[in-house]
Design a binder for this molecule. Structure first.
Ligand SMILES: [Zn+2]
Length: 121
């Protein structure tokens, strides 16, 4: 069995540390954004506080905020999941072809389970 060169192992652990920091930062950022969005989403009262048109606007804005909130929560789940996986030996390898996933891809999508080639299929 061929041993992996030492520098390679070192690089990998360095890369994993970089990714962990990156993911932790993004999680903190997402949690702030979610909190902010949740505070802006309030029930729209049916009373005359709004005119008819601005009430429609308020409902539309609310729908946009709710969609954004859902997206951010999904992303937060994925980031948290990635954070628990980074230390695993199989992290960073493509689920399909078992090749290494490019570091740049992992930096932008830390929860990527496929390399760019297999993801494009
Ligand atoms: Zn692949």
């Amino acid at each position: 069995m061929k041993e992996a060169p030492l520098y390679k192992i070192f690089m990998i652990s360095e890369e994993k540390n970089t990714l962990k920091k990156l993911v932790a930062l993004q999680i903190a950022e997402l949690e702030k954004e979610i909190e902010l969005l949740e505070s802006t989403i309030k029930p729209i009262s049916p009373d005359s506080a709004y005119g008819r048109v601005s009430r429609m606007d308020a409902i539309n804005n609310q729908a946009i905020s709710e969609a954004a909130l859902r997206d951010k929560k999904t992303l937060l789940d994925r980031m948290n999941f990635a954070l628990t996986k980074i230390d695993h030996a199989e992290y960073g390898f493509c689920f399909r072809c078992k090749e290494e996933i490019a570091f740049n891809r992992l930096k932008s999508i830390p929860y990527a389970s496929h390399c760019i080639k297999c993801a494009g299929r």
